[in-house]
Design a protein around this ligand. Structure first.
Ligand SMILES: Cc1cc2nc3c(=O)[nH]c(=O)nc-3n(C[C@H](O)[C@H](O)[C@H](O)COP(=O)(O)O)c2cc1C
Length: 213
């Protein structure tokens, strides 16, 4: 069964643009995939902790040799990681903070890109372990990084394409909501909502076609 994983990372709550639009995207995807299960994670509530020395030793120690402390650390990493691996569709709400992703989202990535689970060392070098995944990233920023001269300062899209591609999530759609003023934000939100509706319509068509209707 299809599983959708929805992850938000804005420090704002009701006024957050990424929270509003990622929720809207989840609603649309749920309509297109009525059988899908949904897992929601709020990284601000969770405050995923930064990688510790114990975490690293737990990841790189074979299961049968782990100490009790390493087992505990491994379980804390592996529970949410398994849910991440088992999910088919990702909806990430990611505001731009200082040209990159919020620290909580980076912490989430550090606990998702794990040797032996989402990528592997092989004779041919590093290889991704995830397949057949689809990701959507709803990202908001004050500035518009599509504008000439500004693109070089955007470390959200290139970083997320690189790191998720590294583990096998290559199919990523960005929904971008730039704007400083209320008018700019409203205009961007309207464009993003139209993009979200189009994603829903395309997903429904795809579902119908796959079901042979
Ligand atoms: C800590 C912080 C850092 C930010 N850094 C940037 C930035 O580097 N570039 C930018 O264009 N906007 C920046 N912004 C503006 C946010 O990206 C913008 O307000 C966006 O709407 C936040 O997403 P949200 O509405 O989901 O909280 C920053 C905002 C905060 C709170």
């Amino acid at each position: 069964m299809t599983q959708i994983l929805h992850v938000d990372s804005s420090s704002r709550s009701s006024t957050s643009v990424t929270r509003q639009l990622s929720r809207q995207l989840v609603n649309v995807l749920q309509k297109a995939h009525p059988q899908a299960s949904l897992v929601e994670r709020d990284l601000i509530d969770e405050q995923p902790h930064f990688v510790s020395e114990l975490d690293i030793s737990a990841v790189y120690t074979p299961a049968e040799q782990r100490s009790d402390a390493q087992n505990k650390a491994w379980d804390a990493i592996n529970g949410p990681l398994q849910t991440f691996i088992d999910s088919d569709i990702y909806v990430f709400g990611v505001p731009m903070y200082n040209f990159s992703v919020p620290a909580v989202f980076k912490a989430f990535i550090d606990r998702s890109v794990i040797a032996g689970r989402t990528f592997a060392y092989s004779a041919d070098g590093l290889k991704p372990l995830l397949q057949n995944k689809k990701a959507y990233v709803v990202t908001a920023s004050g500035g518009d990084y599509e504008l000439p001269g500004a693109k070089a300062m955007d470390f959200v899209e290139p970083y997320l394409r690189a790191v998720f591609g590294f583990i096998g999530i290559g199919d990523i759609t960005f929904i971008k909501v730039p704007g400083h003023s209320e008018a700019e934000i409203e205009a961007s939100k309207a464009r993003a909502l139209a993009q979200i509706e189009a994603i829903g319509a395309a997903s429904s068509t795809h579902q119908t076609a796959t079901a042979g209707v």
